[in-house]
Design a protein around this ligand. Structure first.
Ligand code: GLN
Length: 303
């Protein structure tokens, strides 16, 4: 399949819609300054073939895509014990919602909503320097150095009232072991990692290779752990739009409010799209359209 031409076609098809609809995330001031009219797409196949088009090498804030890598570290380090304080059900609620946490006694529905990722990060903070380990993992997985955007991390720390509330609420149920401020500092930094589409298409490669590192060939996760992450991406990776994503795209996806979405075609390839204008669920509008076009044109889907 000529993936390069296909990605260029998708860019050409969507370019007229750039900047037309949706809004960049504005609840994090540093993200509100990102121009909306950007679009990039990249993929990497299991045999190492790469294709990319549009703004595919422009770095953006990975935001909740980092939850995927935090979960990867958590599963690798803790195995089944990770699930003592985190569920595996779709929430059907916005990513930063507080409502279920009270009736469910501080146990977040899944690791891909904010509360769940904060709970995963707490476990990581107990084990090691979670910020440094995240950069080491991301850099190793994409084969290039990755850094945090300190301005984005500081901006979110200054305005992250809901995340502070979520963390304190979980702490009140005894579900957070470390100081809330240390856990949130790691969480905000993870969200502020700056990467581009090509780097993310590479870095997610272990998810289409049954857990095998895309460059070194070593087993990062077991085959069953990698499959489980894909299952969680399909059911929970795009928050309260997960049903719509499964219906329209049919691939495990993880999105972030920076406008990025990563998607996995198991045993074939991983891809990443980026466009900062979001819909009301916090998912990239053109990113979703691009993935829909990609699956329609290639016939690739898990169904
Ligand atoms: N850093 C963002 C937050 O905590 C991540 C949310 C997202 O990307 N959906 O609100």
């Amino acid at each position: 399949m000529d993936f390069q031409s296909l990605l260029e076609d998708i860019v050409a098809t969507l370019r007229p819609e750039l900047g037309e609809a949706g809004h960049v995330a504005n609840y994090i001031p540093a993200l509100a300054r990102v121009p909306a009219a950007r679009f990039g797409i990249a993929l990497r196949t299991c045999d190492g073939h790469e294709a990319h088009a549009g703004d595919s090498t422009t770095a953006f804030s990975i935001q909740s895509i980092s939850k995927l890598f935090a979960l990867t570290m958590g599963m690798r380090e803790m195995g089944e014990t990770l699930w003592e304080r985190i569920g595996r059900e779709p929430s059907g609620n916005p990513f930063n919602s507080l409502v279920q946490l009270e009736s469910e006694r501080g146990i977040p529905r899944n690791p891909f909503i904010n509360a769940g990722a904060i709970a995963v990060t707490d476990r990581l903070v107990s084990l090691f320097d979670a910020k440094a380990e995240m950069l080491t993992l991301l850099s190793s997985l994409c084969g290039e150095p990755v850094q945090f955007d300190e301005e984005v991390a500081a901006s979110e720390a200054a305005t992250g009232f809901r995340n502070i509330a979520l963390a304190n609420f979980m702490k009140s149920f005894g579900r957070i072991d470390n100081d809330v401020s240390a856990v949130l500092d790691a969480y905000f930094h993870h969200c502020a990692a700056a990467m581009n589409c090509l780097q993310l298409a590479r870095a997610t490669g272990f998810l289409c290779r049954d857990g095998v590192h895309p460059f070194t060939g070593h087993q990062l996760l077991t085959e069953s752990q990698a499959r489980r992450i894909n299952a969680l991406m399909l059911t929970c990776g795009t928050y309260d739009a997960a049903g719509e994503f499964a219906f329209r795209i049919g691939l495990p996806c993880k999105s972030g409010v920076g406008g990025g979405i990563v998607a996995v075609v198991p045993d074939r390839l991983t891809l990443c799209v980026w466009s900062p204008a979001l819909d009301s669920t916090g998912n990239s509008l053109l990113g979703m359209k691009a993935l829909e076009l990609f699956t329609a044109k290639t016939g690739l889907s898990i169904f």
